[in-house]
Design a protein around this ligand. Sequence first.
Ligand code: AMP
Ligand code: GLY
Length: 421
Amino acid sequence: MGLTILVIGSGGREHAIAQKLIQSPNVSTVFCAKGNAGMTRDGIQLVDIAEDDHSGLIKFSKENQVDWVFVGPEIPLLNGIVDDFTAAGLPAFGPVKAAAFIEGSKDFAKKIMNKYEIPTAEHQTFFDFEQAKAYVIEKGAPIVIKADGLAAGKGVVVAQTVEVAIEALKDMLEYNKFGSSGAKVVIEEFLSGEEFSLLAFVRNQEVYPMVIAQDHKRAYEQDKGPNTGGMGAYSPVPQIPDQMVKEAIETIVKPTAHAMVEEGRAFTGILYAGLIATESGPKVIEFNARFGDPETQVVLQRLESDFAQIIDDLLNGKKPDIKWKQEGYSVGVVVAAEGYPNNYEKEHKIPDFSDLNTAHVYYAGVKAQGNQLVSNGGRVYLIEASGDTLKDAQKSVYDVLNKVNTEGTFYRKDIGFKGIK
Ligand code: AMP
Ligand code: GLY
């Protein structure tokens, strides 16, 4: 009998995680709560229990002999799902609530970075509109305004002018646009340079970095339009030199894991560092306490070792064997509902992807109507393909998308453009 695993979450990231787990020869069953209807096509079994129903999930896990749980999204982590499973005697992979706070509060993350001299943008935290406004006027534009708490990627305003910055402060501090998440704001120096995501498996002090990826946060081509959860990603990122990545591991990821132990908030799980490659080295713009979406859909493609075995080893105090592909690239393009990230269309038919050869589809905002999948969320699905060059991988993805009916949805035609000369 192989392992029985429960994945928590329902997006494309969780589809990629669950699919990678089910491919392991040591895994017999993968459940996903709540998952989405597209996942069943890969043999993933859906569990109709909400992410915040910890006792329901624990009961299910006991009744179904679940060996361990993998938590995808940040909200259950910040709600202490790992603490609750652990207390019930069930292993769960992900940070405990106190450690997930590195994502839950930007102010807390900044305090850690200052205390342990981890390179990040210069910043100050404010509760008061007039004081925040005075600081913005003093510093000038461009400048970055961030709501303190979780805001699904939408609580950040990169202001090109002082007026825009003040408008954002007004929205967050005076009009409470982000509720309690915006009652406190972090005002940050604008960093110029290319962005990249460096994720790592972390167990207390131990850090096992993954291959890097680059997300595309803006809705439209050439990085225009509003910020989204991410419209596509690719891995690795050829224009970011190896030395920059090495420096980020040594000056950012390892010291952060160490800092969390020192602070009594030891982190075990996936630590995601959102970085900018500046002229004076890599600097942090955000930490997440989980895998990225859509980074996961391309990064896990690059993993050669058995993913389930890695997590099992990390949970059982063993040294994991982690190998990454050294050649080639992976590109993933998100297909989103027309209107996303604002109000969007729903219930458009999803094309049939059952005959994909080497490309993969990861479903997110979909539901079943009979045998037909229809759109039901902002980011609907992602098509991933690999290739010897970034251009080949990109072409393979767009070859798939060019042939299907994408009515009611849209996607960026330039995912990977910064990596292609
Ligand atoms: P975040 O939600 O913190 O990842 O921010 C959303 C986006 O805003 C990032 O992907 C960056 O493109 C941009 N951003 C955030 N912080 C900064 C910064 N200090 N300097 C420049 N751009 C930033
Ligand atoms: N793709 C950005 C994130 O997952 O936070």
